[in-house]
Design a protein around this ligand. Structure first.
Ligand code: NAD
Length: 321
């Protein structure tokens, strides 16, 4: 498994994943519109195709062993902004991609779904067996993306990951995700603004996210796997937003005040990830490791607030064009 295609390889997770796979001697092709900038450095084993996945052709998938499919409209508010774009990218382009992948005999396909596909659940442990009750355009499009891919399960080695909210530094930074947002606000504004606070959110460090992709890349190639070998939750620290704020404050040893404001965001869920643990993957990092990394980058002046750190800002500009 040498030639890896990463769609969305220029994004928050994709940039780190691309760099890590290159350092492990994989040959990487990135297909991305680079809506939020291109922070990838030139490398002999890296091929960059600036292209919209809605316009993929067979040629783009020549000599690819594995696809890691990250390109999507990747959070709730951004996905609500232009539902048609969301469904075109997250669903229709996913169908096009797997269809070409099968034609071109790609061996493995790893899909970045989302832990938010479950919606709000009463159950204490949200496992992969529970029904999906997605609430937003984003969650719904991820669920349908999964269903489309599952219909091809007999023809390709398929893995669907449902990651929790990722935290940590990337040169293609996102500040619209909980731990990053609260850490940046403590570092930059000496205030930690919390909306709501009681909602529980599962978390995942960037390093464990990347390690999970590497883990599945190395797994033996197998078509037609059972569902329990295909779909995996990936979230380990289920914390209320207020608890995250306290951990940020303690880890940064900060005297920033925690300010609680009201929120109309009903999402609250605990993800249970024993299936992936049983499969042999173990997380090695805690959110505190990500917070320390963010502080380090902030002190080097590399963690700055740009418009594109809030994905919705850039997508508003694209929509207005
Ligand atoms: N960040 C998280 O906390 C998190 C959690 C769970 C799942 N995910 C999923 O992981 C994946 C990566 O997330 P991220 O945080 O890096 O998102 P991101 O928005 O930073 O990156 C997405 C990348 O895809 C590209 N892209 C979007 N639409 C495209 C198109 N039509 N054609 C080509 N490129 C396109 C963008 O330019 C961007 O570089 C997404 O699928 C997301 O839904 C992320």
């Amino acid at each position: 498994m040498k030639n890896i295609l990463i769609t969305g390889g220029g994004g928050y997770i994709g940039t780190n994943l691309t760099n890590e796979l290159l350092s492990c001697n994989y040959k990487v092709t990135v297909i991305d519109t680079f809506w939020f900038g291109n922070y990838l450095k030139k490398e002999k084993n890296l091929k960059v195709i600036k292209k919209d996945i809605r316009k993929l052709s067979d040629k783009d998938l020549s000599n690819v062993d594995c696809i890691i499919h990250l390109a999507s409209i990747a959070n709730d508010p951004a996905a609500e902004l232009d539902p048609k774009l969301t469904w075109d990218v997250n669903v229709l382009a996913t169908y096009k991609l797997i269809d070409i992948a099968i034609k071109k005999k790609v061996k493995k396909f790893i899909f970045a779904s989302s832990g938010s596909v479950y919606g709000i659940k009463k159950e204490k442990k949200v496992t992969e067996e529970l029904s999906l009750e997605p609430l937003s355009e984003y969650n719904k499009s991820k669920m349908i993306g999964e269903r489309i891919l599952l219909s091809f399960n007999n023809y390709i080695d398929l893995t669907i990951l449902r990651p929790a909210t990722v935290c940590g530094y990337s040169s293609s930074m996102r500040l619209d995700v909980a731990v990053n947002a609260l850490s940046f606000s403590a570092l930059n504004e000496k205030k930690i603004k919390v909306f709501g606070g009681r909602q529980i959110r599962p978390n995942l460090t960037m390093k464990d996210m990347i390690n999970a992709y590497k883990f599945f890349l190395k797994k033996k190639f197998l078509k037609g796997k059972k569902l329990e070998e295909v779909i995996f939750n990936l979230g380990f620290e289920n914390l209320s937003i207020i608890e995250i704020a306290k951990r940020v404050k303690n880890t940064l040893n900060s005297d920033a005040d925690i300010i609680v404001k009201s929120s109309n965001d009903p999402r609250s869920y605990k993800q249970h990830s024993s299936r992936i643990l049983k499969a042999g993957f173990s997380p090695r990092y805690k959110i505190e490791d990500s917070i320390i990394e963010l502080k380090k980058q902030f002190s080097k002046n590399k963690l700055k607030k740009k418009k594109s750190c809030f994905r919705i800002n850039t997508l508003k500009i694209i929509k207005a064009k």
